[in-house]
Design a protein around this ligand. Structure first.
Ligand code: TEU
Ligand code: CA
Length: 618
């Protein structure tokens, strides 16, 4: 008696599955028909101002550096359960996507950018069950998660490398780059590196290995050997681990130094000219696009994902090779022109003027076509704090205003905006005064090479590292005015010291103040979401040569809708100005301002105070 019922249920279930599949196929068919229409040049109603609408184009992304976000168990190290505790905070902020810096098993030579096991959660961060709980918490709040894919290199403690170094005959030998050294006439027992490649983290990019009696290549730390993507097995293994996480439900990847995966054939010495900027050459290996296309074909195209590559070494003109949708590689990349506008060699400061930054953004808006997509960001875990880098921290008032101005800019420029944890609080650089306050391998190695090598005075090195060192952005999140800023328990010792200004700058205080940077960031994000013009609209710089005011428009026409016209005016500095909009233009209704009491209507002459940021209709 019971069997027929069960059978019917089973059949019904099958019918549902088939119905679901056929609906999916119909949708997929529609999408591919739309794509075909686009290719044949016929007008497709699905496009918005020529762009194919995509969730990742409309998203605002928030980067979490797990080590420094929230410690939930009092060991002084941030963890996944700590992130889960703050998901409501992130949802309230209005961000759609979380980019999680590496959460994998790692000996932490470079804070997780050296991965020992790609399928395991870092012990200090928790367990896979914690990860799953975090992911479902993110989904339950209608947000998405992208994770960091670090596959140009692994840790030297990864099983592949352990095998690889064990013998020349090991099947994993070709997973990495092993080479004989050059003869060293002065000391025959110690050969010289195979070529003159420098490491990003000082010294040679080659490490002598006593077991293997050969050198291996490491663009980054000695503990980060470069994977050999020319070996098809490496690609297969990487694609499999990507699927492992995608099948768990993650929504895509931020890909660490991804253009570096295709090495120069034969690994010849850099010429003196190439030596000026090694990543330029390293990022343009002969198989880069082939490997990314294979990755897209075999993995990415099978999921609805967001992909963003760290485009180190790639010029803006070259970006479409990676991001043009017709090429089926990645959705977008990070270009460093803007964030490095004030940077000279290594951590040295370069004087810059506003027109240079505008020229970069103008270049972005013109160099990319309607089938490319862009990112907008001025901070991450490798750069100083946003407000310390581009704003003014000389007084509390200017810190708040300038941070709001920068948030306004990020949410209104063209491209998917990325913010970094603490930006929304206008957290600042740390007052580093001595070497032992730093944790970062980049600083420690550079100290050895530069200061101990006699190339630079210690005081100058510390001052530059205080200005640009990566640990500035890695100090723990300041949640409250409790000891340790609420990052960890009062008795614990955080892995990196909390900025002493946590008593004034913290989330609790900002939540209570409607005029805080936190509340303002929330409004700026909401504004971004409220106007498709900020996503798909045209960008026009109204006054490219003005050294004080950045004024631009975003406008969007869609069939059957009134044109969306928005005007952004930013006074970059403390000097007030009476600004006459160019071309007889008049500002209309105010939609966002960083100073309370700003008049509701604009006009053609705007009285701008220190660090005033305004968005109007026009
Ligand atoms: O960064 C690559 C990179 O561009 C850095 O070398 C950067 O130029 C430098 O640190 C700035 O001072 C990525 C990750 O974002 C970084 O955290 C890692 O250390 C690095 O790759 C190696 O994985
Ligand atoms: Ca912890």
């Amino acid at each position: 008696m019971i069997w027929p019922v069960k059978k019917t249920l089973v059949l019904l279930a099958f019918a549902f599955v088939f119905a679901a599949i056929s609906i999916d196929q119909t949708l997929a068919q529609q999408v591919s028909d739309a794509a075909k229409t686009e290719k044949t040049g016929k007008h497709s109603a699905a496009l918005v101002n020529g762009y194919e609408p995509m969730w990742w184009k409309e998203a605002v992304v928030y980067q979490v550096y797990p080590r420094s976000f929230q410690d939930s168990n009092g060991d002084g190290i941030g963890d996944l359960n700590g992130i889960t505790q703050h998901l409501d905070y992130l949802q309230n902020l209005g961000v759609n996507v979380i980019w999680l810096s590496p959460h994998y098993d790692s000996p932490n030579a470079d804070n997780g950018y050296d991965i020992r096991d790609y399928r395991k959660v870092m012990k200090e961060f928790g367990t896979m069950a914690d990860f799953d709980r975090m992911l479902s918490g993110i989904k339950a709040r209608h947000m998405r998660l992208i994770i960091d894919l670090v596959v140009n290199h692994s840790s030297d403690e990864h099983r592949w490398f352990v095998e690889s170094r064990s013998s020349k005959k090991n099947p994993y030998r070709d997973y990495y780059f092993w080479r004989d050294g050059k003869p060293n006439p002065a000391d025959p027992a110690h050969p010289l590196p195979p070529n003159n490649y420098p490491s990003f983290f000082s010294g040679s990019a080659w490490q002598w290995d006593e077991t293997a009696k050969q050198f291996y290549l490491h663009y980054f730390a000695v503990k980060q050997p470069d994977l050999n993507w020319d070996n098809p097995k490496v690609r297969e293994d990487v694609f499999a681990l990507m699927k492992f996480w995608l099948d768990k439900g993650v929504d895509g990847f931020r890909m660490d130094v991804i253009p570096l995966i295709s090495k120069q054939p034969g690994l010849p010495d850099l010429t003196p000219q190439e030596m000026q900027d090694p990543p330029r050459l390293w990022a343009n290996g002969p198989h880069r696009d082939e490997y990314l296309q294979q990755m897209n074909r075999e993995v990415l195209s099978k999921y609805d994902v967001m992909t963003v590559g760290e485009a180190i070494g790639i010029t803006l003109e070259e970006e479409p090779k990676i991001v043009n949708s017709d090429r089926h590689e990645l959705n977008m990349v990070f270009n460093f022109d803007a964030v490095r506008v004030n940077r000279g060699d290594f951590y040295s400061e370069k004087k810059w003027k506003l027109p240079e930054l505008k020229a970069i953004y103008d270049h972005h808006a013109t160099a990319l076509s309607k089938t490319d997509w862009d990112t907008v960001f001025l901070s991450n875990h490798d750069n100083p704090r946003l407000v310390s880098n581009f704003g003014d921290t000389s007084t509390a008032e200017f810190r708040v205003r300038s941070a709001k101005l920068i948030e306004t800019m990020l949410m209104t420029l063209k491209g998917t905006p990325f913010i970094y944890q603490g930006d929304e609080l206008a957290m600042t650089n740390y007052p580093f005064t001595k070497l032992n306050q730093f944790d970062d391998i980049e600083v420690k190695n550079a100290y050895k090479e530069r200061v101990l090598g006699g190339k630079m005075a210690e005081a100058e090195f510390i001052a530059e590292s205080q200005r640009f060192g990566r640990d500035n952005s890695r100090t723990p999140m300041q949640w409250s005015d409790a000891p340790n800023g609420g990052f960890t328990t009062p008795a614990a010792k955080p892995w990196l010291a909390v900025n002493p200004n946590y008593k004034e700058i913290n989330a609790g205080q900002e939540q209570a103040d409607p005029e805080s940077v936190l509340h303002y960031t929330q409004r700026a994000i909401a504004l971004h979401h409220a106007h498709l013009a900020f996503v798909y609209g045209d960008y026009k710089d109204l006054d490219p040569d003005n050294e004080q005011v950045y004024a631009f428009t975003r406008s969007l026409s869609m069939p059957g809708k009134p044109e969306e016209r928005l005007l952004v005016v930013l006074n970059f500095g403390e000097k007030p100005v009476e600004y006459t909009l160019p071309g007889g233009m008049s500002a209309g209704k105010l939609v966002l301002a960083n100073v309370p009491g700003t008049p509701e209507m604009g006009g053609s002459v705007l009285k701008l105070g220190a660090w005033d940021a305004r968005v109007y209709t026009y």
